[in-house]
Design a binder for this molecule. Structure first.
Ligand code: FE2
Ligand code: FE2
Length: 181
């Protein structure tokens, strides 16, 4: 990223990066890295994609940084689960920061890839429910956050958690075999 772009990116997110509530995410482990580091990677990639696709750069930077703004791990409490944490993060984002409706909606729909996966692979997170209509991104910015999170997560899993990738692969094979006939 050029120095000018980096300065622009930082100007959009500096109030969040230094906020004491957001700093708590440094302690939370996420894909084998800290949630804080993961969120910065997603925000940076969202900014870069935002430039390519001519999106609202402030919105993608802030929504990218706040997309996983919940406290603790996904297993700690029901509101942190795979499909509930986007709603929790959106609620926290508007509780602690000045976020727009566009940013809030993009945070809420960032797990759409998982909602879709669950639709086609019924054994994934059987106990959780999420409607495709409600959790489908409603804007270009929403699609960017969803894509960035998926790309960054895959890269982090490869780097830190081979077992996650292995588990997802096994689930895919199992489901394909189940529906073969
Ligand atoms: Fe997430
Ligand atoms: Fe994430």
């Amino acid at each position: 990223m050029s120095k000018k772009s980096n300065n622009e990116f930082e100007s959009y997110i500096k109030d969040i990066l230094t906020n004491k509530n957001f700093l708590i995410t440094k302690k939370d482990l996420h894909h084998g890295t800290s949630k804080y580091e993961h969120s910065i990677r997603v925000a940076k990639l969202s900014y870069k994609l935002g430039k390519i696709f001519k999106a609202d750069l402030k919105a993608v930077s802030r929504a990218g940084l706040l997309h996983d703004f919940f406290f603790g791990t996904r297993k700690d409490k029901p509101e942190n689960s795979y499909l509930n944490h986007p709603v929790t993060a959106a609620t926290n984002a508007s509780k602690y920061f000045n976020v727009t409706d566009l940013e809030k909606e993009a945070i809420k729909t960032h797990m759409f890839h998982h909602v879709l996966l669950k639709r086609f692979l019924p054994f994934v997170n059987r106990k959780e429910k999420a409607s495709i209509k409600e959790f489908k991104p409603k804007s270009k910015e929403g699609w960017i956050i969803c894509a960035s999170d998926l790309i960054v997560s895959i890269m982090e899993c490869e780097r830190f958690q081979f077992s996650y990738v292995a588990n997802v692969t096994l689930i895919l094979i199992f489901n394909i075999l189940m529906f073969k006939n």
